[in-house]
Design a protein around this ligand. Structure first.
Ligand code: APR
Ligand code: PHB
Length: 389
């Protein structure tokens, strides 16, 4: 079978790329290892940069986000139970959109269905062949039968644990990694959010984050030891610890409840270079991971997709390969800036096992500087809002 672009991975990167290319009249086939229900059941973050909001509108999937999403013009940075606001409107005249990645993925699935574009779930043994030739091919097992798609290009949107990145010969790629000695214990609860804005809290007992999905659905995180298990954190222990780390007034007014989802995510910074090998292009978590402290994971996947969509559209329009040749450099330039921002937010707001008194003073001085300097707040705001594509 033949198509123009085979997309491996039905997460937000693969679905958004498929949507943009199909609308351009470029034929795509999307291969996903799990079932649709499994993909949609994954709880992920939900802070969208203005650039992603625009891209979703360009892709024709922005309507429900615009209706149900929450526009946020500030975040609250707390330390030692007090804090200050980073006012995006005042500093950068912009805002982010709080809209769950699960909702976004659902919108993209429905849009792909509406276009009747090919999407195969529960595919197995996906293998990439001839990515370094002008006749690439992807083989896989579906419904118990071996199948193959010949294509012009392959988009590896299969996440950190996918096959695409590992299809690039080891001597052709360089991996960069920082693993943090801590995790985030996240809880989703059918309770009203404790505040209208996200609260990022630094505390001697560790980091905490108050976020939300909707006026009736809240998402909270606390920093825990990497080796901790969810069993060690019954709901009441979670709420008790969260209240200790957030500002007093928030702790007094927070509404606790049963967790409807609870999981621990490790914190890692990871980049694979290059993001292109022959006719194979890596997008999203397949090429890079950021710690969630900067809310950049989904947004970086989107900017990769934006660059690849533009490059492939140019190629199919007039055969021009310039953007295709520049894809990796363009995507990596934005990736490394977001990696730096996420790494700096992680170092600023968490407590580390080996931290010295001097390190603690550095964190404190950075927070004091941030609180007192408009320039420092503007730098944080423009990175949080998203650097231009
Ligand atoms: N074959 C087919 N599909 C695969 C394979 C494979 N061998 N391996 C993985 N996949 C699928 C996964 O099941 C998943 O649905 O690829 C998809 C990758 O999706 P994500 O992991 O969500 O990655 P991405 O689309 O790049 O989105 C990045 O997701 O994890 C968050 O924080 C991250 O917000 C960021 C966003
Ligand atoms: C979330 O809502 O899950 C969330 C928000 C901001 C972050 C990370 C996660 O930085």
């Amino acid at each position: 079978m033949r198509t123009q672009v085979v997309i491996i991975g039905g997460g937000p990167a693969g679905l958004l790329l498929g949507q943009l290319l199909q609308r351009q009249g470029i034929d795509t086939v999307l291969l996903e290892r799990h079932s649709r229900e499994y993909v949609l059941a994954r709880i992920r973050a939900g802070v969208l940069e203005a650039g992603l909001v625009d891209l979703l509108h360009q892709a024709g999937v922005g309507e429900r986000m615009q209706r149900n999403g929450l526009r946020h013009e500030e975040i609250y940075l707390a330390h030692s139970n007090r804090g200050f606001r980073i006012d995006f409107r005042q500093l950068c005249d912009s805002a982010v959109m709080v809209y769950g990645q699960t909702e976004l993925t659902l919108d993209l699935y429905q849009a792909r269905d509406a276009m009747n574009a090919t999407m195969l779930h529960q595919v197995d043994q996906v293998e990439i062949h001839g990515a370094d030739t002008d006749k690439p091919r992807v083989s896989f097992i579906h419904d118990g039968r071996e199948q193959n798609f010949e294509c012009d290009f392959i988009a590896g949107c299969d996440g950190f644990h996918g096959v695409s990145r590992n299809s690039v010969p080891a001597d052709q790629r360089t991996l960069f990694e920082r693993v943090y000695p801590l995790g985030w214990l996240g809880v989703l609860s059918r309770t009203p959010p404790v505040s209208d804005e996200l609260i990022y809290a630094s505390h001697a007992r560790g980091f905490a984050l108050c976020s939300m999905r909707s006026p009736g659905l809240s998402r909270y995180y606390i920093q825990v030891a990497l080796e901790d298990s969810v069993q060690q954190w019954p709901d009441e222990a979670f709420w008790r610890e969260l209240k200790r780390r957030i500002p007093h007034d928030a702790a007094e007014s927070i509404v606790s409840g049963d967790s409807i989802e609870k999981s621990i995510a490790p914190l890692r910074s990871f980049v694979a270079e290059p993001m292109r090998w022959g006719r194979l292009f890596l997008c999203g978590d397949a090429a890079h991971i950021v710690p969630p402290t900067g809310a950049k994971g989904l947004n970086l996947a989107a900017s990769d997709v934006y660059y690849l969509w533009r490059a492939l559209s140019q190629y199919y329009e007039d055969g021009d390969e310039q953007d295709i040749d520049n894809y990796s450099a363009m995507a990596l330039s934005r990736v490394w800036k977001a990696e730096r921002f996420s790494w700096s937010m992680t170092n600023l707001l968490h407590r580390f096992p080996e931290q010295s008194q001097f390190d603690l003073r550095m964190q404190q001085a950075q927070l004091d500087y941030l609180e007192s300097s408009r320039a420092a707040q503007t730098a944080l705001a423009e990175n949080y809002l998203g650097l231009p594509y």
